[in-house]
Ligand binder design. Structure first.
Ligand SMILES: C[S@@+](CC[C@H](N)C(=O)[O-])C[C@H]1O[C@@H](n2cnc3c(N)ncnc32)[C@H](O)[C@@H]1O
Length: 208
C-alpha cells in the first residue's frame, strides 16, 4: 500500500467508507436515495469511479477486500469530488448477505478471480448458493452483469446462471453470451487477459 493510499483510507473513510453494519440501511450512507449499482471485487476501482461519474443519477457501491485498491479508489473519488460513490472493504458475500431484499438495481461482477486450477474451482465466487443469495437482493427488473476472460469460468457462469429461476438471459437470442455492455470500461485485468491472448465473455441477466 502506498502512503497516499493508506492516508486516503483513514482520512476519507468518513466520506466514502461503508462498514458491514451499514449494509442493512445502505441507502442512508448516500446523500440521497437512488438506484444502486453494486460492483463486487472492483480491484483498483477505475471502472467503479467511471460508472459513478458517467451516471450521477445512480448510487454506486464498490466492495473490495484489497485495502490498497480501496484507498486508491477513495483518493481518486475525492480528487474528482464524486459524491454518489461509497466503498466497503469487507468480504462481499458477508456484506451482501446483510443487505435488504431487492435493494440492488444493478449488480456487477467483472473479472472475478479465476482460480484456474481445477482443484481450486470451488473457491470461485460464482456458485449457485452465492448467486441465489445475490439475486434475492436484486430488485425485480434489475440487472446482473458479469465478464471474464477465462473461457471455462465463463462456461461455469452460464451453467450456474441459466437454471436460476429468477434470472432471464438478456443476450439477443435469450441465451449464451451478451455483447459488451456500454457501461463496462476497460480495466487492467481485461487488458492483462487480452495480452495473454484470452477472449472476453460478457453475460447479462435481468431479475424477473
Ligand atoms: C481479478 S480482480 C478483478 C478486479 C476488477 N473487477 C477488474 O476488472 O479490474 C478480482 C478482485 O476481486 C476481489 N475479491 C475476491 N473475492 C472477493 C470477496 N469475497 N469480496 C470482495 N472482493 C473480492 C479481489 O481482491 C480482486 O481485487
Amino acid at each position: 500500500m502506498t502512503s497516499a493510499q493508506a492516508d486516503a483510507l483513514q482520512r476519507l473513510w468518513p466520506r466514502y467508507g461503508v462498514d458491514l453494519a451499514d449494509a442493512t440501511q445502505i441507502q442512508a450512507r448516500f446523500s440521497r436515495p437512488a438506484p444502486l449499482t453494486l460492483e463486487i471485487g472492483f480491484g483498483s476501482g477505475e471502472a467503479t469511479l467511471w460508472r459513478a461519474q458517467q451516471d450521477p443519477t445512480r448510487n454506486v457501491l464498490g466492495i473490495e477486500v484489497h485495502r490498497p485498491g480501496v484507498g486508491g479508489l477513495m483518493l481518486r473519488a475525492a480528487q474528482a469530488d464524486v459524491d454518489n460513490l461509497r466503498v466497503a472493504c469487507t468480504d462481499a458475500v458477508e456484506f451482501i448477505e446483510a443487505m435488504p431484499s431487492a435493494s440492488i438495481d444493478t449488480a456487477i461482477i467483472e473479472f472475478p478471480d479465476p482460480w484456474p486450477k481445477k482443484r481450486h474451482h470451488k473457491r470461485r465466487l460464482v456458485q449457485p448458493a452465492f448467486i441465489a443469495m445475490l439475486v434475492e437482493r436484486i430488485a425485480p427488473g434489475g440487472s446482473l452483469l458479469l465478464a471474464t476472460d477465462w473461457a471455462d469460468y465463463a462456461e461455469h457462469m452460464l451453467e450456474v446462471l441459466e437454471p436460476a429461476p429468477a434470472l432471464r438471459n438478456t443476450a439477443p437470442d435469450g441465451q449464451g453470451y451478451a455483447p459488451r455492455s456500454a457501461m463496462r470500461p476497460p480495466t487492467r485485468f481485461e487488458e492483462r487477459g487480452l495480452r495473454r491472448g484470452h477472449s472476453v465473455f460478457d453475460l447479462a441477466y435481468r431479475r424477473v
